[in-house]
Design a protein around this ligand. Sequence first.
Ligand code: GLN
Length: 198
Amino acid sequence: LAPVGVLALQGDYREHADVLRSFGADVITVRRPSELAQVSGLVIPGGESSVIDKLSRMFGLADPLTEAIAAGLPVYGTCAGLIMLADTVLDGIEGQQSLGGLDIAVRRNAFGSQKESFEVDIDIPALGAPAVHAVFIRAPVVEQVGERASILGALDDGRVIAVEQGNLLGTSFHPEMTDDYRFHRRFYDRVLSVGFHS
Ligand code: GLN
């Protein structure tokens, strides 16, 4: 199997690489199109989506990323990574673009300054018991879910924070900051079953 990539332009990509390595995966960091062309799957980490957006365009990665997503590359986006995967971004900085792929609208920094970070246990039926301990840091919320995307999890108030669509998976929160790697496992199982290579 080709290596699994972690987009390493900005953000907490090292933590994601460590999680994937704990599964025995061969992991490479991706900063160039030539690296992207080698991978069987990709994690887009948390960080700052407007920066990841700018850098991905500067490094000539944005178009190849969009094409790979459309071609079926399995991708897992957390937090800023979820924003990058959303077809529509609300409250982006001026000119902010996303890669798209997920049929959703995401609002950046949706919890406002009072609740910049918080942690909560969330039941994710697709993962079974126990509930996932979710860490939110200036997190986005999925405000609209289109027909092609499905909801994997929501807060008690109904706000959607985990979605899936085909080979794309996205969470508003940061499983790599806990020791519960079931979302990464779900992504990696998809990588193994798809066997993507460009
Ligand atoms: N607020 C950040 C953004 O807009 C996301 C924060 C995070 O990834 N933890 O990209």
